[in-house]
Design a protein around this ligand. Structure first.
Ligand SMILES: [Zn+2]
Length: 298
Protein backbone atom coordinates (compact mmCIF):
# COMPACT_ATOMS: atom_id res chain seq x y z
CA UNK A 1 0.00 0.00 0.00
CA UNK A 2 1.62 3.28 -1.08
CA UNK A 3 1.79 6.48 0.91
CA UNK A 4 -1.41 8.48 0.56
CA UNK A 5 -1.04 12.27 0.85
CA UNK A 6 -4.01 13.48 2.93
CA UNK A 7 -2.93 17.10 3.56
CA UNK A 8 0.17 19.25 3.05
CA UNK A 9 3.10 17.36 4.60
CA UNK A 10 0.92 14.51 5.94
CA UNK A 11 0.79 10.98 4.52
CA UNK A 12 -1.30 8.01 5.54
CA UNK A 13 -0.22 4.37 5.45
CA UNK A 14 -3.03 1.87 5.67
CA UNK A 15 -1.78 -1.30 7.35
CA UNK A 16 -3.45 -4.59 6.41
CA UNK A 17 -6.66 -2.73 5.59
CA UNK A 18 -7.21 -2.35 9.32
CA UNK A 19 -5.21 0.37 11.04
CA UNK A 20 -3.53 3.59 9.93
CA UNK A 21 -0.16 5.17 10.63
CA UNK A 22 0.83 8.64 9.40
CA UNK A 23 4.03 10.39 8.42
CA UNK A 24 4.28 14.13 9.11
CA UNK A 25 7.03 16.27 7.57
CA UNK A 26 8.16 19.21 9.71
CA UNK A 27 9.44 22.60 8.54
CA UNK A 28 13.04 21.31 8.60
CA UNK A 29 12.10 18.53 6.21
CA UNK A 30 12.33 15.82 8.87
CA UNK A 31 9.65 13.18 9.25
CA UNK A 32 7.76 12.02 12.34
CA UNK A 33 5.84 8.76 12.34
CA UNK A 34 2.48 8.86 14.14
CA UNK A 35 1.57 5.37 15.41
CA UNK A 36 3.19 2.24 14.09
CA UNK A 37 0.56 -0.40 13.38
CA UNK A 38 0.79 -4.03 14.41
CA UNK A 39 4.23 -5.62 14.80
CA UNK A 40 4.40 -7.17 11.28
CA UNK A 41 3.88 -3.66 9.85
CA UNK A 42 7.55 -2.81 10.48
CA UNK A 43 8.64 -3.72 6.94
CA UNK A 44 5.82 -1.74 5.36
CA UNK A 45 6.73 1.32 7.44
CA UNK A 46 10.43 0.94 6.63
CA UNK A 47 9.55 0.81 2.92
CA UNK A 48 7.39 3.94 3.33
CA UNK A 49 10.26 5.78 5.04
CA UNK A 50 12.57 4.74 2.20
CA UNK A 51 10.02 6.13 -0.27
CA UNK A 52 10.06 9.44 1.63
CA UNK A 53 13.84 9.43 1.39
CA UNK A 54 14.90 9.11 5.03
CA UNK A 55 13.88 7.52 8.31
CA UNK A 56 11.76 9.56 10.75
CA UNK A 57 13.36 11.42 13.67
CA UNK A 58 10.75 10.18 16.16
CA UNK A 59 7.61 8.12 16.60
CA UNK A 60 4.65 9.74 18.38
CA UNK A 61 1.95 7.41 19.70
CA UNK A 62 -1.67 8.43 20.03
CA UNK A 63 -1.92 5.57 22.52
CA UNK A 64 -0.38 2.23 23.33
CA UNK A 65 -2.91 -0.33 22.09
CA UNK A 66 -1.19 -3.18 20.30
CA UNK A 67 -2.44 -2.19 16.83
CA UNK A 68 -0.85 1.27 17.21
CA UNK A 69 2.36 0.44 19.06
CA UNK A 70 3.11 -3.02 17.66
CA UNK A 71 6.19 -2.20 15.58
CA UNK A 72 7.28 0.94 17.51
CA UNK A 73 9.96 -0.77 19.61
CA UNK A 74 11.54 -2.62 16.67
CA UNK A 75 11.50 0.47 14.45
CA UNK A 76 12.74 2.91 17.11
CA UNK A 77 15.65 0.64 18.05
CA UNK A 78 16.54 0.12 14.37
CA UNK A 79 16.37 3.82 13.56
CA UNK A 80 17.80 4.86 16.94
CA UNK A 81 14.98 7.33 17.60
CA UNK A 82 12.64 7.98 20.57
CA UNK A 83 8.98 7.03 20.90
CA UNK A 84 6.80 9.72 22.51
CA UNK A 85 3.58 8.97 24.37
CA UNK A 86 1.37 10.53 27.03
CA UNK A 87 2.12 10.34 30.77
CA UNK A 88 -0.92 8.19 31.54
CA UNK A 89 -0.03 5.66 28.82
CA UNK A 90 3.36 5.03 30.43
CA UNK A 91 2.47 2.09 32.72
CA UNK A 92 1.08 0.24 29.71
CA UNK A 93 4.19 0.84 27.60
CA UNK A 94 6.76 -0.11 30.23
CA UNK A 95 5.44 -3.57 31.14
CA UNK A 96 4.08 -2.30 34.47
CA UNK A 97 0.42 -3.08 33.86
CA UNK A 98 -2.23 -4.29 31.43
CA UNK A 99 -4.77 -1.89 29.98
CA UNK A 100 -8.25 -2.32 31.46
CA UNK A 101 -9.47 -5.56 29.86
CA UNK A 102 -11.47 -5.35 26.64
CA UNK A 103 -15.22 -5.72 27.04
CA UNK A 104 -16.70 -8.29 24.64
CA UNK A 105 -20.19 -7.73 26.11
CA UNK A 106 -20.61 -4.30 24.43
CA UNK A 107 -21.56 -6.14 21.23
CA UNK A 108 -20.53 -5.47 17.65
CA UNK A 109 -18.00 -6.97 15.26
CA UNK A 110 -14.83 -5.63 16.83
CA UNK A 111 -15.97 -6.81 20.26
CA UNK A 112 -16.20 -10.38 18.95
CA UNK A 113 -12.84 -10.13 17.24
CA UNK A 114 -11.41 -8.75 20.48
CA UNK A 115 -12.01 -12.16 22.06
CA UNK A 116 -9.26 -13.49 19.83
CA UNK A 117 -6.78 -10.85 20.99
CA UNK A 118 -5.10 -11.92 24.23
CA UNK A 119 -4.11 -9.22 26.74
CA UNK A 120 -0.38 -8.64 26.63
CA UNK A 121 2.06 -6.51 28.54
CA UNK A 122 4.16 -4.29 26.35
CA UNK A 123 7.56 -2.88 27.20
CA UNK A 124 9.31 -0.23 25.15
CA UNK A 125 10.78 1.55 28.19
CA UNK A 126 14.24 1.60 26.53
CA UNK A 127 13.01 3.99 23.79
CA UNK A 128 10.02 5.66 25.48
CA UNK A 129 9.84 9.39 26.22
CA UNK A 130 6.87 11.30 27.64
CA UNK A 131 5.89 14.37 25.63
CA UNK A 132 5.75 17.68 27.54
CA UNK A 133 2.55 18.85 29.22
CA UNK A 134 2.02 21.73 26.78
CA UNK A 135 1.84 19.17 23.97
CA UNK A 136 4.58 20.85 21.98
CA UNK A 137 7.64 19.14 20.56
CA UNK A 138 10.45 20.90 18.66
CA UNK A 139 10.30 18.21 16.01
CA UNK A 140 6.59 18.97 15.47
CA UNK A 141 6.51 22.75 15.09
CA UNK A 142 3.07 23.95 14.06
CA UNK A 143 1.49 20.85 15.62
CA UNK A 144 0.01 20.46 19.09
CA UNK A 145 -0.52 17.20 20.92
CA UNK A 146 -3.95 17.36 22.53
CA UNK A 147 -5.01 15.05 25.35
CA UNK A 148 -8.12 13.15 24.28
CA UNK A 149 -8.63 10.48 26.97
CA UNK A 150 -11.50 8.01 27.03
CA UNK A 151 -10.44 5.40 24.49
CA UNK A 152 -7.34 4.98 26.65
CA UNK A 153 -6.23 6.91 29.75
CA UNK A 154 -3.48 8.96 28.10
CA UNK A 155 -4.82 9.02 24.56
CA UNK A 156 -3.61 11.93 22.42
CA UNK A 157 -4.58 13.51 19.11
CA UNK A 158 -2.38 15.68 16.91
CA UNK A 159 -3.60 19.02 15.59
CA UNK A 160 -2.13 21.36 12.96
CA UNK A 161 -3.91 24.70 13.44
CA UNK A 162 -2.81 26.44 10.21
CA UNK A 163 -3.71 23.52 7.93
CA UNK A 164 -6.66 22.45 10.14
CA UNK A 165 -5.49 18.83 10.06
CA UNK A 166 -6.44 16.47 12.87
CA UNK A 167 -4.88 13.06 13.48
CA UNK A 168 -7.33 11.60 15.97
CA UNK A 169 -5.96 8.13 16.75
CA UNK A 170 -8.82 6.12 18.23
CA UNK A 171 -10.54 9.11 19.89
CA UNK A 172 -12.92 8.44 17.01
CA UNK A 173 -13.00 6.28 13.87
CA UNK A 174 -13.90 7.18 10.29
CA UNK A 175 -15.44 3.74 9.70
CA UNK A 176 -17.96 1.82 11.78
CA UNK A 177 -15.77 -0.83 13.38
CA UNK A 178 -18.77 -2.19 15.28
CA UNK A 179 -20.25 -3.62 12.08
CA UNK A 180 -18.68 -6.52 10.15
CA UNK A 181 -19.06 -4.60 6.87
CA UNK A 182 -17.55 -1.43 8.31
CA UNK A 183 -14.67 -3.30 9.90
CA UNK A 184 -13.76 -5.34 6.83
CA UNK A 185 -14.37 -2.77 4.06
CA UNK A 186 -13.82 0.49 6.02
CA UNK A 187 -16.90 1.79 4.18
CA UNK A 188 -18.88 3.97 4.30
CA UNK A 189 -16.52 6.71 5.45
CA UNK A 190 -18.20 8.31 8.46
CA UNK A 191 -17.44 9.35 12.01
CA UNK A 192 -17.98 6.51 14.46
CA UNK A 193 -16.96 5.43 17.95
CA UNK A 194 -13.30 4.54 18.32
CA UNK A 195 -12.60 0.91 19.25
CA UNK A 196 -15.77 0.31 21.30
CA UNK A 197 -14.71 -2.85 23.23
CA UNK A 198 -11.49 -1.21 24.43
CA UNK A 199 -12.98 2.04 25.77
CA UNK A 200 -12.70 2.14 29.60
CA UNK A 201 -14.33 5.57 30.08
CA UNK A 202 -17.28 6.61 27.93
CA UNK A 203 -17.89 9.99 29.58
CA UNK A 204 -14.32 11.06 28.92
CA UNK A 205 -14.53 9.75 25.39
CA UNK A 206 -17.55 11.89 24.60
CA UNK A 207 -15.85 14.90 26.18
CA UNK A 208 -12.79 14.30 23.97
CA UNK A 209 -14.93 14.06 20.82
CA UNK A 210 -16.44 17.44 21.77
CA UNK A 211 -12.96 18.89 22.18
CA UNK A 212 -12.04 17.69 18.68
CA UNK A 213 -15.30 18.99 17.19
CA UNK A 214 -14.53 22.45 18.63
CA UNK A 215 -11.33 22.51 16.55
CA UNK A 216 -13.39 22.46 13.33
CA UNK A 217 -10.87 20.40 11.36
CA UNK A 218 -10.89 20.41 7.55
CA UNK A 219 -9.14 17.01 7.38
CA UNK A 220 -9.43 14.16 9.85
CA UNK A 221 -7.20 11.09 9.77
CA UNK A 222 -8.18 8.51 12.40
CA UNK A 223 -6.61 5.25 13.50
CA UNK A 224 -9.18 3.23 11.56
CA UNK A 225 -10.98 4.20 8.35
CA UNK A 226 -10.31 6.42 5.36
CA UNK A 227 -9.45 10.09 5.94
CA UNK A 228 -12.26 12.64 5.78
CA UNK A 229 -11.70 16.01 4.18
CA UNK A 230 -13.81 18.91 2.91
CA UNK A 231 -16.00 21.80 3.92
CA UNK A 232 -18.68 19.67 5.54
CA UNK A 233 -16.29 17.81 7.87
CA UNK A 234 -16.64 20.30 10.79
CA UNK A 235 -20.44 19.98 10.70
CA UNK A 236 -20.29 16.20 10.43
CA UNK A 237 -17.99 16.09 13.44
CA UNK A 238 -20.28 18.41 15.43
CA UNK A 239 -23.26 16.21 14.53
CA UNK A 240 -21.32 13.11 15.58
CA UNK A 241 -20.57 14.75 18.94
CA UNK A 242 -24.16 15.89 19.55
CA UNK A 243 -25.49 12.43 18.70
CA UNK A 244 -22.68 10.57 20.45
CA UNK A 245 -23.90 7.55 22.36
CA UNK A 246 -22.09 5.06 24.53
CA UNK A 247 -23.16 1.43 23.92
CA UNK A 248 -26.43 0.44 25.59
CA UNK A 249 -24.65 -1.90 27.96
CA UNK A 250 -21.15 -2.97 28.83
CA UNK A 251 -18.61 -3.20 31.62
CA UNK A 252 -17.52 0.44 31.50
CA UNK A 253 -20.79 2.08 30.44
CA UNK A 254 -22.16 2.80 33.92
CA UNK A 255 -18.86 3.29 35.69
CA UNK A 256 -15.40 3.85 34.21
CA UNK A 257 -12.18 2.04 34.95
CA UNK A 258 -9.77 4.24 36.88
CA UNK A 259 -6.05 4.52 36.24
CA UNK A 260 -3.11 6.71 37.22
CA UNK A 261 0.64 6.90 36.51
CA UNK A 262 1.06 3.43 38.03
CA UNK A 263 -1.63 1.70 35.96
CA UNK A 264 -5.14 0.48 36.71
CA UNK A 265 -6.45 1.40 40.18
CA UNK A 266 -10.10 0.33 39.83
CA UNK A 267 -12.11 -1.91 37.51
CA UNK A 268 -15.90 -2.27 37.50
CA UNK A 269 -16.85 -5.94 37.73
CA UNK A 270 -17.29 -7.79 34.44
CA UNK A 271 -20.93 -8.34 33.43
CA UNK A 272 -22.11 -11.87 32.62
CA UNK A 273 -21.08 -12.91 29.13
CA UNK A 274 -23.07 -15.31 26.95
CA UNK A 275 -19.83 -16.74 25.69
CA UNK A 276 -20.77 -19.71 23.47
CA UNK A 277 -23.19 -17.74 21.28
CA UNK A 278 -20.83 -14.80 21.05
CA UNK A 279 -17.87 -17.06 20.36
CA UNK A 280 -19.68 -18.36 17.27
CA UNK A 281 -20.37 -14.84 16.06
CA UNK A 282 -16.79 -13.93 16.94
CA UNK A 283 -15.38 -16.79 14.91
CA UNK A 284 -17.42 -15.64 11.91
CA UNK A 285 -16.41 -12.00 12.30
CA UNK A 286 -12.80 -13.01 12.85
CA UNK A 287 -12.75 -15.27 9.80
CA UNK A 288 -14.25 -12.50 7.64
CA UNK A 289 -11.74 -9.98 8.93
CA UNK A 290 -8.74 -12.25 8.46
CA UNK A 291 -9.91 -13.14 4.95
CA UNK A 292 -9.94 -9.46 4.06
CA UNK A 293 -6.65 -8.75 5.85
CA UNK A 294 -5.02 -11.72 4.12
CA UNK A 295 -6.24 -10.59 0.72
CA UNK A 296 -4.93 -7.06 1.09
CA UNK A 297 -1.52 -8.11 2.42
CA UNK A 298 -0.37 -9.39 -0.98
ZN1 LIG B 1 -7.00 1.72 20.41
Amino acid sequence: MPLQAIAPHVWRINIFNFVNAYFIQNAEGDFVLVDSGVRPAANQLKAAAAELGRPPVAIVLTHGHIDHVGSAGDLARGWNIPVYAGRLEKPFLTGEDYYPPGDPTVGGALAQMARLMPAQKFDISDVLEIYPEDGKLDILKGWRIIETPGHSPGHASLWHEDDRVLLAGDALCTADMDSVVGMTTLKPTQFARGGTPFVPDWKEMKHSVGKLADLEPATVGAGHGHPMTGGDVPQQLRDFFHNFKAPEHGRYVGEPAKTDETGVTFLPSAPPDSLPRNMAIGALAGAAAFAILGRTRK
